[in-house]
Design a protein around this ligand. Structure first.
Ligand code: CU
Length: 164
């Protein structure tokens, strides 16, 4: 078929074009259905609803959870993007996980780096933490490219979990 010919002057070609569009839509519909079925049959992990407010939060574990070690910790962030440390992009930061701290680090200095303050400077959004049995607290602090906390609302609540 000559694609440069005036297609829409010919009712027969109009019909063919219409069927092509119909077939295209059918393929998209079937493909979407396939994706939907695939998604449903995979028994996905529970997906936390996105919070209404911008900020940083735990997807897992949740406050009050009883878990086993190593603990799968997944970081949630709404309203900013994650960028690796050292990458100065607007509206981004990287995660810091505070483990068993009772106070926040200074908000105007780089987050300390020790066993209680773990940096995810690679831009990670999840980790696995080995914790002894008992009660532990976790808190997230989003820092800028120089590891300086971004302040509220980029500090999560401090959650308490129990490790069996
Ligand atoms: Cu950092």
């Amino acid at each position: 078929m000559d694609e440069s010919a005036p297609l829409y002057s010919n009712p027969r070609l109009d019909r063919i074009a219409g069927m092509k569009i119909f077939h295209g839509l059918l393929v998209i519909a079937l493909f979407s259905l396939g994706l939907f079925v695939a998604a449903c049959s995979r028994s996905p992990e529970p997906v936390a609803a996105l919070p209404e407010q911008d900020g940083v939060y735990f997807i897992t574990p949740r406050n009050g959870d009883t878990v086993t070690s190593p603990v799968a910790v997944r970081f949630g962030l709404k309203g900013k993007g994650v960028a690796p440390a050292g990458t100065n992009l607007p509206n981004t930061g990287h995660h810091h996980l505070l483990i068993d701290t009772t106070t926040l680090p200074p908000m105007d200095k780089p987050v300390p780096s020790d066993e209680h303050h773990v940096h995810f400077g690679g831009g990670q959004t999840e980790t696995s933490v080995k914790l002894a049995p008992g009660s532990h607290t976790l808190q997230l602090v989003l820092g800028d490219h120089m590891h300086v906390p971004l302040g509220q609302p980029w500090v999560s609540e401090r959650i308490t979990i129990t490790v069996k």
